[in-house]
Ligand binder design. Sequence first.
Ligand code: GDP
Length: 306
Amino acid sequence: MLLSKGYKVYGTFRRTSTPNFWRLMALDIYSKLHLIPADLLDMGSLIEAIKISDPHEVYNLAAASFVSTAFEQPVGNAEITGIAVTKLLESIRFLNPKIKFYQASSSEMFGNVNTKFQNENTHFSPASPYGVSKLYAQWITKVYRDAYGIFATNGLLFNHESPLRGIEFVSRKITNGVAKISLGLEKNLVLGNINAKRDWGFAPEYMEAVHLMLQQEKPGDFVISTGESHSVKDFAKLAFEIVGLDWRKFVKIDKRFFRPMDVDHLRGDYSKAKRKIGWQPKTNFEGLVKIMLNEDIKRWKMSLDG
Ligand code: GDP
């Protein structure tokens, strides 16, 4: 999106023995980005990345974002998802406090709060180590805004999905599983807590909101969501319906995919974003499931055709 707006885009990546650039390849932008090795645990590397890129805007989309893994590695998660944001903000404060900073905040911070909708004024009650780390990150971002006058904005994005979603997240797990079942490549789809409800939106539209947030006169906190909430069961049911199958014949439940604690219900109220930055969602739940499912069916068909 930034490239299409004419930006020169630098991205950071963590060196691993097996490179993981499949999304950049799928979008055909790998060669158009300037990639800098950096590690969120290593403040020197963040300072270096900011020095090299000399940016006007920094978008921190980096985190260890899979909630189940955060239960298994809660301390590492706090360091990557939480403390690292202070390192980034400190780097900005030292090097160039005029840089605008975006922090990818999360609906996970609401946890099991008992309100029908969640917005910028709802209190936080995180129900996972990830939610707690994100809450720390959100508050430290606000502290740098208020204490140092840095343009530091939090986007409280509810679940946002696309065909580029990692396969371990439930949306993509379902569409990939249903695609395989519909082509006779798999027999079952094994899930955990199918009663959990989420407010699922289409990621590319959410990124437009993120960009808009940094083009405002003042920084702030903004909820981005669809205002619709559906259960995991609804998601699976609809995906199977689209390919003409009955979900009850294929979905199995396994305790392995339950979490020690789960967020039961999320539904965001995006009215502030609509009012202040003129953003609203376009793709509804059904549209999203169709986009993801069709793409997964296309991928599997292509791989079958060799
Ligand atoms: P999250 O909202 O960031 O945790 O996104 P996920 O896609 O990982 O999970 C959304 C909801 O789906 C959570 O309440 C999970 O407990 C629930 N869920 C049910 N079955 C599964 C499963 O097999 N995998 C995952 N990832 N989540 C599942």
